[in-house]
Design a binder for this molecule. Structure first.
Ligand SMILES: CC(=O)SCCNC(=O)CCNC(=O)[C@H](O)C(C)(C)COP(=O)(O)OP(=O)(O)OC[C@H]1O[C@@H](n2cnc3c(N)ncnc32)[C@H](O)[C@@H]1OP(=O)(O)O
Length: 447
């Protein structure tokens, strides 16, 4: 099933493309041509190997499980020059699936997760991304989804569309020669750790992730492919299982599995290094015990991980804190509020109070003047008239509000950066008191 999307306000002559959307799935056990060509275009955009027919079918099965919807931009009424990809190949790709985001207070809020954004080099900077994302965000808003999310290939693309950095991920190197010495050794020796076949991780992944997700502020849903990525069984670049991936499981005192780590040696690195592929721990005991295990790997002097939280209990658990070396911090999850009252009311607040804010949004979805009243940690958010009868105490853009939403940054810092306007003295401090996060947000999901 496919349908054409109207691009409002565009002159068809200056925008000779039509956007068509369709679910990624098998039809009668076969990958539809439309899906196959769309996937080839995605691989082109991300410099991946052209997927084989067999892999296309595997991708489609996984993405069907996620309810993934694909959009392609297709040349209208255009014949391709002889030998070039024809008009049945999209010149641009875009996709979404919908999972949820842990916004604190036990709430998992529906979220529209955007991925697979590519525009063919020969069609760039003609407004195709703008057309695709504008149309898609409007449809997500109309469908009642309060937030959109993505992870960005470049830091300067998505702010203009209202996205703001909401979590960071850190690359860390942990020196482990002779093992990790812990301040409190018994805290890192709860339960037991045992080696397992990576296929066990593949099969347990969704169950363990669901527990970690429910317990982790800022966690966003993982797509079905993740169980293969986490266990080294496949990814969009290659569906050939990795042979040197290893897995260890953590068992709690009752013998229940509550975490795992998968890892592999980095053959080129010196000193001898193992890199963490995925590490999920339902609680602190499992987390420290898995690191204790990694520290005990013979012949290995360093463990690296690219998904460490900004505030990592491991760093403070280690007797030699300087053996924990944070070598990089990068923006990770980007959020975009689509429905300001719904998104703010879903969030949990640590203190009570009231504030009136003006939110600007170039696409209009989140904009307005809003009165936020928090009582017993629950917010009531009312849209105010914009006829001059209500004055906002503070003004900010939707990108800034989306960055503040989980606590990646405060209004005070954004005010100092020239990105938040204080209209009433003290409003920024009151806003920050209200929006203080319950802890550091962290997402363990790349998508
Ligand atoms: C969620 C994800 O999937 S992240 C992956 C994103 N994809 C990639 O990085 C693959 C390689 N890059 C591409 O395919 C393309 O260059 C894209 C998708 C980044 C941009 O597509 P285009 O169709 O060229 O963008 P479009 O012409 O609609 O530009 C929209 C706006 O973004 C700006 N923009 C586009 N690309 C970039 C960029 N790489 N850096 C900074 N600004 C950019 C444009 O200047 C334009 O700004 P304006 O409308 O405010 O004047």
């Amino acid at each position: 099933m496919s349908h054409e999307r109207e691009i409002p306000g565009r002159n068809p002559r200056s925008f000779p493309y039509e956007l068509r959307s369709f679910p990624v799935r098998l039809v009668d056990g076969v990958v539809p041509e439309e899906v196959a060509k769309w996937s080839q275009a995605v691989a082109l955009g991300f410099y991946g190997d052209a997927p084989t027919g067999e892999n296309l079918a595997k991708f489609a099965v996984l993405e069907q499980a996620d309810g993934r919807m694909a959009t392609g931009a297709y040349l209208k009424d255009a014949a391709a020059p002889a030998g070039a990809w024809g008009p049945e190949y999209p010149v641009a790709t875009y996709a979404y699936h919908r999972k949820n985001l842990n916004v604190g207070g036990g709430t998992l809020l529906p979220v529209h997760q955007i991925t697979a954004v590519t525009v063919r080099p020969s069609h760039r900077r003609r407004g195709i991304l703008r057309a695709m994302i504008s149309s898609d965000l409007a449809q997500a808003k109309a469908a009642g989804i309060p937030l959109a999310a993505l992870t960005a290939s470049e830091a300067t693309i998505y702010g203009r569309f209202g996205f703001g950095v909401a979590t960071h991920k850190c690359t860390v190197e942990v020196a482990t020669r002779g093992g990790i010495a812990f301040h409190n050794p018994s805290a890192a020796a709860q339960g037991t750790v045992e080696v397992a076949d990576p296929l066990v991780v593949r099969d347990l992944h969704h169950e363990i992730f669901a527990r970690v997700h429910a317990a982790t502020y800022g966690s966003i849903g993982r797509h079905d492919m993740y169980r293969l990525v986490a266990s080294g069984q496949g990814n969009y670049a290659s569906m050939t299982p990795v042979r040197n991936i290893r897995a260890a499981l953590h068992y709690d005192d009752a013998g229940e599995i509550d975490g795992y780590v998968t890892y592999r040696p980095n053959e080129e690195a010196k000193p001898p290094t193992v890199e963490v592929v995925d590490l999920l721990a339902v609680g602190e005991s499992a987390y420290l015990a898995l690191w204790n295990y990694l520290g005990s790997l013979d012949l290995i002097e360093r463990i690296t991980w690219t998904m460490a939280p900004e505030v990592d209990p491991l760093e403070w658990a280690m007797a030699a804190k300087r053996d924990y070396n944070r070598t990089g911090t990068e923006d990770h999850l980007w959020l975009r509020i689509l429905d300001t009252p719904a998104a703010l009311a879903a969030r949990h607040y640590l203190s009570d109070g009231s504030i009136t804010v003006h939110v600007g949004d170039p696409l209009g979805h989140a904009s307005g003047i809003f009165r936020i009243d928090v009582v017993h940690g629950m917010a009531t958010v009312k849209r105010c008239p914009e006829d001059g009868s209500v004055e906002a105490e503070l003004g900010l853009g939707v990108s800034e509000l989306s960055s503040i939403y989980l606590g990646a940054v405060s209004a005070r810092t954004l005010s100092a950066a020239g990105r938040v306007r204080e209209d009433v003295p003290g409003a920024v401090a009151r806003f920050d008191a209200l929006f203080a996060p319950p802890g550091p947000a962290h997402s363990l999901t790349n998508f």
